[in-house]
Design a protein around this ligand. Structure first.
Ligand SMILES: O=C(O)C(=O)Cc1ccccc1
Length: 306
């Protein structure tokens, strides 16, 4: 049976996202880390991977960003945006005052700092590989409490001491469903394209050049991130998300231009946007405009300009 490797163990937000991806024909397989979930797909042990990519409070999930830029390419076929609500879990019978350490994924800890300062200021904060791994840590006696997705309480023999403890009530996390390169999802009119680009080192204005290639074609940039290349300082990868599908001419054209200008461009997929908002394409950038312009150039080249 086809499978989805998710950032586990059971009870993570990533598992919730994999369930929300609504692929009942796929079994869900937990992996301990984001790189391991991606490796399962790269090595053919799973068909899809579901991993977090960004959070509206804490920003990029760097483990995912870094792992997508190296090794065998993977492409996103869907994005899932989930509201993130946090619960505090501990062994049955624990009182808030008994807790001397609290563990979670760093993104979760960062989003409950206000609540912790008010209610558990004396507790040591410990980073766990995932929210559900922190719950396992409580069962194993490594920490007194865990901050998890509410659903983790269904998987582990722990008690919910508090719930709804996030500092920002309507925070959301965006997840990607990734596969090995293959057939792309069909364009829907509400699509996003993701790439990673590496520009020439210390070339003046190179980022402005890259963004201009998008702007001139009426392409709406929805996200830009940079991550260090890990070697010399000042060398970065740029992650760009923009409206549109590579099957559309203005997107294909922009990708070709970026490929000319950059050392390396990695395509991370064209997939439907979770919010379903129609692609903004500006004026004069529809496929029909490109086709009309290309046929005029062909005529010019053939000496048929009249
Ligand atoms: O640890 C998890 O449950 C994850 O899936 C990563 C994560 C952590 C915090 C907020 C959203 C996703």
């Amino acid at each position: 049976m086809a499978s989805i490797a998710y950032f586990g163990p059971q009870g993570t937000f990533s598992e919730q996202a994999a369930l929300a991806a609504n692929r009942p024909d796929h079994t869900l397989v937990p992996e301990a880390t984001v790189p391991e979930a991606l490796a399962a797909v790269r090595h053919g042990h799973a068909d899809l991977a579901c991993v977090p990519v960004e959070n509206s409070v804490e920003g990029a999930v760097s483990a995912t960003m870094d792992a997508l830029a190296v090794d065998e390419p993977l492409v996103a076929i869907a994005e899932i945006v989930l509201p993130v609500r946090f619960s505090l879990l501990a062994k049955p019978g624990t009182e808030l005052g008994d807790i001397t350490s609290v563990a979670s994924h760093p993104h979760a800890l960062a989003q409950v700092q206000g609540w912790l300062a008010k209610h558990l200021s004396h507790a040591t904060q410990l980073a766990a590989t995932s929210t559900a791994a922190a719950a396992v840590g409580v069962l194993d006696g490594q920490c007194g409490a865990a901050i998890t997705a509410p659903v983790a309480a269904d998987h582990y023999d722990l008690e919910v001491l508090e719930t709804g403890i996030a500092d920002v009530d309507d925070a959301v996390t965006r997840f990607l469903l990734l596969q090995r390169p293959g057939a792309l999802p069909a364009p829907t009119g509400s699509d996003r394209t993701s790439i990673v680009a590496v520009a020439a080192y210390q070339r003046t204005g190179v980022l402005a050049e890259m963004l201009t290639e998008l702007a001139l074609r009426g392409i709406n940039l929805s996200r830009i991130e940079s991550r260090p290349m890990k070697g010399r300082l000042g060398e970065y990868r740029f992650y760009l998300d923009f409206d549109g599908h590579v099957a559309e001419q203005r997107i294909a054209d922009a990708l070709a231009a970026l490929h000319r200008r950059c050392h390396e461009v990695r395509f991370l997929g064209s997939y439907p946007k979770a919010d379903g908002t129609p692609t903004l394409a500006g004026t004069d950038n529809a496929d029909a405009d490109y086709a009309a312009a290309a046929s005029w150039v062909t005529k010019v080249q053939q000496g048929r300009t009249g």
